[in-house]
Design a protein around this ligand. Structure first.
Ligand SMILES: NC(=O)C1=CN([C@@H]2O[C@H](COP(=O)(O)OP(=O)(O)OC[C@H]3O[C@@H](n4cnc5c(N)ncnc54)[C@H](O)[C@@H]3O)[C@@H](O)[C@H]2O)C=CC1
Ligand SMILES: O=C(O)C(=O)CO
Length: 321
């Protein structure tokens, strides 16, 4: 019998054709995610799910899908939307798309760091609004990363790629947090592994790259943000839930830190009237870290390879379990 796969959004390239030639494929056609109710209806009887980070794949949903469900393939490297333990206990494989989006996401972190440090967005808006009056000797004064201290929270693939850009390109000194010793980072980039409090109090620029899980949710709460110096710039391309957003709003309003640059927020999308959206000291992007042609095509190839392997009971190309 032909196996059925539900794909929760269109993905770029030809990779879905490979899937169609192996099984019956149903693709959610809309630009916005299916509701939880639609998800529940569509998963019934599926052997594979190709999901996005906006889809909550719970144990209950796996049970709704049925015993034939073999694989959940996330079109993302982050997999905090999937209950991996529930999948494991049901014998369901879980896949993700690492590496191919590392450079694109690290580039985004660097872009946010510079945009937030130099008032790029409000300054450009002033020009667009026809309000550019003069060259201002004391206007738009920003902060420079050259030779300053960079703190990377979570020295994984993207954390390291971001550090490489800023240490090699701008001569930044590197502090980082990691659960394990990473002598490669110390040797190649002159990095120093420190605890979070030290990193926050001694870094001029902080970039967040840890995965989201129960230990890292709200990792940067009011107390942690309170340790940062008032000239510090905070960048987050990981997940919104890692930062206590109310605490960030408060810190920016009090100018307790200089600026923030976010590619991820809670919720996504962030409402247009949210104080962070309104803040002149915060640059927010609509979660575009991996949004390059190259990365998204490569992610599609891996996500489809993962589904095909899972359907035939083989080890996934990129497995999180
Ligand atoms: N903005 C965007 O479009 C994108 C965002 N991401 C986010 O970036 C994250 C990192 O991606 P990669 O660097 O490829 O992953 P990775 O697995 O290489 O790095 C994650 C790091 O977090 C650390 N970590 C995980 N749980 C931890 C905990 N409880 N305590 C301390 N450290 C912990 C790991 O040890 C690892 O060093 C993803 O999980 C995802 O949330 C990834 C790609 C694109
Ligand atoms: O891959 C991820 O985890 C993303 O957030 C989007 O690429």
């Amino acid at each position: 019998m032909t196996q059925r796969v539900w794909v929760t959004r269109e993905i770029p390239g030809e990779s879905l054709d490979r899937l169609r030639s192996a099984c019956e494929v149903d693709v959610w056609p809309e630009a916005t995610p299916p509701s939880a109710e639609t998800l529940r209806e569509k998963v019934v009887g599926c052997a594979g799910l190709l999901t996005m980070l906006s889809d909550a794949i719970t144990g209950e949903l796996m049970d709704v899908a049925g015993e034939q469900l073999k694989v959940v393939s996330n079109y993302a490297v982050g997999f905090n939307n999937i209950d991996v333990d529930a999948a494991k206990s049901r014998g369901i494989s879980v896949g993700n798309t690492p590496d191919v989006l590392t450079d694109a996401t690290a580039d985004t972190a660097v872009a946010l760091l510079f945009a937030a440090s130099r008032h790029v967005v409000p300054a450009a808006k002033q020009v667009q609004a026809g309000e550019w009056k003069t060259w201002e000797p004391t206007g738009w004064l920003g902060v420079e990363p050259g030779g300053k201290t960079l703190g990377i929270i979570g020295m994984g693939r993207i954390g390291k790629a971001t550090a490489e850009r800023l240490v090699r390109g701008w001569g930044m000194k590197l502090l980082y947090t990691s659960r394990r010793d990473q002598s490669d980072v110390d040797n190649e980039l002159g990095g120093q592994r420190v605890d979070l409090d030290t990193l926050l109090s001694q870094s001029d620029f902080v970039s967040v790259h840890v995965a989201l899980n129960e230990q890292t949710r709200n990792l940067l709460d009011a107390e942690a943000i309170g340790r940062m110096p008032s000239h510090a710039v905070l960048v987050n391309t990981a997940r919104g839930e890692i930062i206590d957003q109310d605490a960030l709003v408060d810190a920016l309003e009090r100018r307790a830190i200089f600026a923030a640059g976010l590619d991820v927020t809670t919720p996504e999308p962030l409402p247009g009237d949210h104080p962070l959206v309104k803040s002149p000291h915060c640059v927010i992007l609509p979660h575009i870290g991996s949004a390059t042609d190259q990365s998204r095509h490569a992610m599609a190839e891996i996500a489809v390879d993962n589904v095909l392997a899972g359907l035939s009971g083989k080890p996934l190309r990129c497995s999180v379990t």
